[in-house]
Each structure stands twice: as C-alpha cells, then as structure tokens.
Design a protein around this ligand. Structure first.
Ligand code: BTN
Length: 264
C-alpha cells in the first residue's frame, strides 16, 4: 500500500498553487468539515485537507460516506473563486472532469460522470463529490469540494446498498493513491484556471456525463419523476423529458438508473 502523507503528496506534485498547503490526518471526522472550518479561519485558496480515514464522512443528501482505513482517497479542496453563487456548479464540473481525467490517465479505465457529481466505472459508482459553499450578496466567499474515490478497497467490503465499485475491483490490482491524487490536482488546477478566465466547462462536462440520453428515475425534493435525461443547462441543471412530453428542469436531485436501482 502506498503511504499518503503531506510529504509524499508534495513530492513531484506539478501544481502552482493547488494543494501547496496540505493538512493530513490519519483519522478525522470529515475532511469537508475541517476544510470549511479552515476556510472560515482564513486558510489560503488551494488548501488540501486529506485523511486516511473519516469517522463521519458525509455524502450528498445526508448520506454517510464509508471507506476502510488507508485504502481510498478522501479529500477536500478549498477554493475562493471570483464567481457568482449561481455559478457554483462550475466547481463541481471542474473537479468532476479533473477526477475523471486522472482516473483515465493513471489507470486507463473508461471513467464517466453521472449527473450531478458521481464518478462511474462500468456503470457503477466509484467516487462522489460533496460541494459545500459560503456566499455573500450573491457572490461566492469560498467553496469546499470534497471528493471520495474508492481506490484500493474490494467493493465487496463496501455496504451492499451503495452498489459501488472501486479501481481495485475493476482492475484486479491496486493503484498508487499518490499518483492518482497528484494527477487529479494537476487536472483540476488547469481547469480551474480556465474557469476563472471565463471559460465555462459545460460542453466538456455534458460530453462526460453518462447520464444523458438515458432513461432515468430522478428523486427530487418534490418527489420522484421518470423520463429521459436530455441535456444540462448553463447552471448544470438536468433537463428531463417526461412521458407526457413536458420537460422538467432539476437543479438538485439524485438519479437511479433502471439497472442499478436508486443511487446510494
Ligand atoms: C456523494 O457521492 O454522496 C458525495 C461523497 C463525498 C465524499 C467525500 S470524502 C471526502 C469529503 N469529506 C466528506 O465528509 N465527504 C467528502
């Protein structure tokens, strides 16, 4: 197993500013919780909070995020973007695309994204992202992008209701967490520069979404709806054509693909 420490992460890392401040824990409650606290205390943009284990890892929609000690990537990145709050989804796009490219580049696996922020391997969830933000007067103060990626864990060790997979399970061998993390940081930094320069990554993101064109069951705050996922709009909302021909726009929700039941 490769050792994950601030030193191993920084050694050979080719970013300018992302993850130049590394806060590493062998165990903590949640890297997102720590990163948000550090953000409020004035930590610099690019701060990386990373742990070998979380005792209270959080997923979207109040779900837990579970990973055995020392096997996976569990980290949060602090951004202070010059963006309107309604453009916060841009950070999710940038991080999702960076993570996908890192998995593809390091392992050769055909990683895809699932709306709004899951990473899929052969149709099963191998990673997810929890983006939390603070905004004032319509502008982002900070964004914490928390990423969990199942790396060297046997998927059989994960709770069955998660319908999850891992890089180990898909490849049949383990992968360097340091190499994956460094590649992800480099890919994310490059895309974040473009975002800050005004390049909106919608087209690349839409092309990476496995979801589009599929029939989906979408769980929303207003209940479930069935239809065909047609496209995403500028703000990252999913446009679903229902069976009666009408189109519903969903900004916050969760998809269950028919083959795999409801998403964990
Ligand atoms: C999801 O798919 O529901 C999002 C999962 C996000 C998990 C990561 S692990 C690192 C960071 N810290 C947390 O508590 N959650 C995120």
């Amino acid at each position: 197993m490769d050792e994950l420490t601030a030193q191993t992460i920084l050694n050979g890392l080719r970013t300018d500013w992302l993850a130049r401040n590394v806060v590493f824990f062998e165990m903590t409650d949640s890297t997102n919780t720590i990163a948000s606290r550090l953000a409020q205390q004035g930590a610099p943009e690019g701060t990386l909070v990373i742990a070998d284990e979380q005792t209270a890892g959080r997923g979207r929609l109040g779900r837990p995020w579970v990973a055995p000690h020392g096997t996976c990537l569990l980290f949060s990145l602090l951004f202070r973007p010059s963006l309107e709050a309604r453009r916060a989804q841009g950070l999710t796009m940038v991080c999702g695309l960076g993570l996908r490219q890192a998995v593809r580049g390091v392992t050769g696996l055909p990683a895809q994204l699932k709306w709004p922020n899951d990473l899929l391997l052969h149709g099963r969830k191998a990673g997810g992202m929890l983006t939390e933000l603070s905004a004032q007067a319509g502008h982002l103060d900070y964004v914490v992008a928390g990423i969990g990626l199942n790396v060297n864990v046997d998927a059989a060790q994960l709770p069955p209701e998660f319908h999850a997979t891992s890089l180990l399970t898909e490849l049949g061998h383990s992968v360097s967490r340091v190499a994956l993390l460094q590649r992800a940081l480099e890919e994310i930094e490059a895309r974040y520069h473009e975002l800050q320069a005004g390049v909106w990554p919608l087209q690349e993101w839409a092309a990476a979404l496995d979801t589009l064109g599929q029939r989906v069951r979408l769980n929303t705050t207003q209940g479930a709806l069935d239809g065909r996922a047609e496209s995403v709009d500028e703000e990252g909302a999913l446009l679903v054509r229902q069976d009666d021909g009408s189109v519903r726009r969903v900004l916050v929700g969760d998809i269950g693909l028919p083959d795999h039941g409801s998403d964990p």
